[in-house]
Design a protein around this ligand. Sequence first.
Ligand code: THU
Length: 162
Amino acid sequence: MKNREIQIKFREFQQADLNSIDNNLVSKAVEAAKNAYAPYSHFRVGAAVLLADGSLVLGNNQENAAYPSGLCAERVALFYANANYPNTSVDTICVVVIDKDDNVIPQSVSPCGSCRQVIAETEMRYKSDIRILLVSKDSILEFKSIKDLLPLSFSQQDLLKR
Ligand code: THU
């Protein structure tokens, strides 16, 4: 038996440390969250996706009375980006949750497993790392790739191993 370890790296920023591009992404993610359709959870999530050509795509969570039919903000934004800009890689995805007064909540959101898997697929599709910004009231966590949030992920490579 061997003990193995996986380390993940991320950076923590204050809002004041962000450059204008990232500041804009945070603002756009907050704006997107305001349009979330979350009548069941009241948990309003916004995602702003910056593409390699500078285009911006926004998404928010879309819930459904048949709960599993809803979709998270990250996947709404990424699927829209991949559907409408199929030849453009994704540079950054910025995710935020707002409270009932439209303020960013104190804890940063932790993307669900399905969203991590979709981000991983998008990295693989475009052969390009996606920077992930998880925003909270007082700080922003930056991951340089989904590999830090979803190590040992299932991918196309696993299918080829059959
Ligand atoms: N949700 C997101 O949109 N993104 C996340 O990263 C976590 C969860 C949504 C799904 C559902 O509409 C609500 O938040 C509560 O889980």
